[in-house]
Design a protein around this ligand. Structure first.
Ligand code: AMP
Length: 111
């Protein structure tokens, strides 16, 4: 079980901001911005590379959840949505997740 599956199963705590039958959103334990929320599908897709055409609706939903959480947390001056995929991107938890970062100016290009 990945750490995110343990959060979904309530085996370890998290600051959950939203949940339904398909996905969960909770605050990152090591925030890289004043708002740093992870949006995680309950289906255990390791990373974007492993998603299939059957996951199209779920993948779209993750972005719409990011939009909704951004609105809920009042990220009115902007936000960034990130998926780290594989070692070069710094992926550390092998369960697909979307980072939502906001409440500060974010540099581009990323490091
Ligand atoms: P990534 O590097 O894209 O795989 O992102 C994994 C993220 O999960 C990192 O930003 C971690 O800080 C975060 N993380 C790891 N463990 C936990 C946890 N128990 N609760 C919340 N976030 C976590």
């Amino acid at each position: 079980m990945t750490i995110f599956e343990k959060i979904i199963a309530r085996q370890i705590p998290a600051k959950i901001v939203w949940e339904d039958e398909d996905a969960i959103a909770f605050h990152d334990v090591d925030p890289q911005a004043p708002v740093h929320v992870l949006i995680v599908p309950k289906k255990a897709i390791p990373r974007l590379t492993d998603a299939t055409d059957e996951d199209a609706a779920l993948l779209g939903k993750l972005l719409l959840v990011a939009r909704n959480v951004a609105k809920e947390l009042e990220l009115s001056s902007g936000y960034r949505v990130v998926i780290n995929c594989g070692p070069d991107a710094g992926e550390s938890v092998p369960h697909l997740h979307v980072h939502l970062l906001g409440k500060r100016a974010l540099a581009w290009p990323p490091g």
